[in-house]
Write a protein that binds this ligand. Sequence first.
Ligand code: SF4
Length: 354
Amino acid sequence: MTGLYLHIPFCAVKCGYCDFYSLPFNREEVDRYVTALKNRKELKNRCFDTVYFGGGTPSIIGGDRIADLLSHINDKKNAEITVECNPNVYHPDFFKQIQAAGVNRVSLGLQSANPAQLRFLGRKHSAKDFEQAVLAAFDSGIHNLSADIMLGLPEQTEKTLAETIAFCAALPLTHISAYMLKIEPKTPFANLSKTLFPNDDRVADLYLFLCDALESAGFEQYEISNFAKPGFHSRHNLLYWKLEDYIGLGPAAHSFFNGKRMFFPRDIQYFINGGEMIEDEPAYLLQEYIMLGLRLKEGIRLSECIKRGLKAPERFLDTCRKMEKHQLMQMQGDRIALTRKGFLVQNAILCDLL
Ligand code: SF4
C-alpha cells in the first residue's frame, strides 16, 4: 500500500492556536505551487492507494485546481481520495467539481458546535456553515464525510461536548477525529493564561465522556483520536499508524518510504524551485511500530515486535502484564493493546515499554 499526501499550505486567516505551515492565499503563488506539485518526479510511474489533500485549507485553491492536480496522479481503482475543507472557504460548485474529479472523502473542521468556543478559537464559520457544507458535499455524491472536533477548550463541559456530538450525529457523517487542543510555543495562544483551559484531569474526564458518547452515536473508536461508522476508517491515516509507505509533497510534508523517513523544509520557495526531499533521522522500526501501533484499538502483535528485533520479549511482557493489572492494557494471545484508560497515559506507558 502506498499513500500520497499533498500539503496545500494556504489559509484565509491564521488561527491563533495553529503551528502548521500555512500562508495567506495569493493567486500567483498558488498557481506556481500547483505547477510545482504537478511536475514532481515522485508522482511519475507510481500508483497510489490513497490520496490526501491536507493543509492549510485545500478547499481555498478551488475545485478546478484540485481536479487538475488529480489528473496528474495515478490512483488505483477504489483509491480513497480525501480533501480537507474549511466550512466557509469553498466555491458553490466545489464539491461537484471534486466529486467529478474522483474525490470520494471530505474532511471538514468543525472543532465545536458551540458559538462561544468557535469565537474563542478564532474560527470564522458557524455550526450552520458546517452543516451546509456537509449537506452540499453529501448532495454532490461524496458520502464519506469526516468532522474534526476539539477537546480541552475553555468552558468545555460534558454538556457542551454532548451538544457538539449530537449536532454531528444528526448529520450524514461517517467519521469523527477528536483532537486535544495543544498549545504550541510561538503561537498567539501560547501567551494566554493556562487557567483559561481545563486541567489534565478535566480533559481526561471529557475524553472518556466523548468516547462513550460517540460510541452511543454509532462511531466506533479505532484509534486514540479517531472514530468511525463501520467500514469508514480513514485508510490514509491507517497507513501512517501501520508504518506503510507514503509520500508527502509540499513544504513541511513528511514521507516514509522504503524504510526511510524524509521531509521537505518549511519553505514554499524551496519546493517551488524543485528542492529535493531531505533524509530525516533513521527510522527506528521497532520503536515506531510500538509507538504508532499502540495508538490503534487493535494494538500491536508480540510476534511482529520480535520480528522487528525486540530483545528480551519476556521482560517486555512482564511490563505489559503490570499494565494489564492496572487496566491500562489488554493482552489476548499475540495481541497487546491499550485500554481507553491506557490511551490517556500513553506517553508514560511508552516510556516504560521502550
Ligand atoms: S485553517 Fe487549519 S491550517 Fe489554517 S490556520 Fe486554521 S488551523 Fe491552521
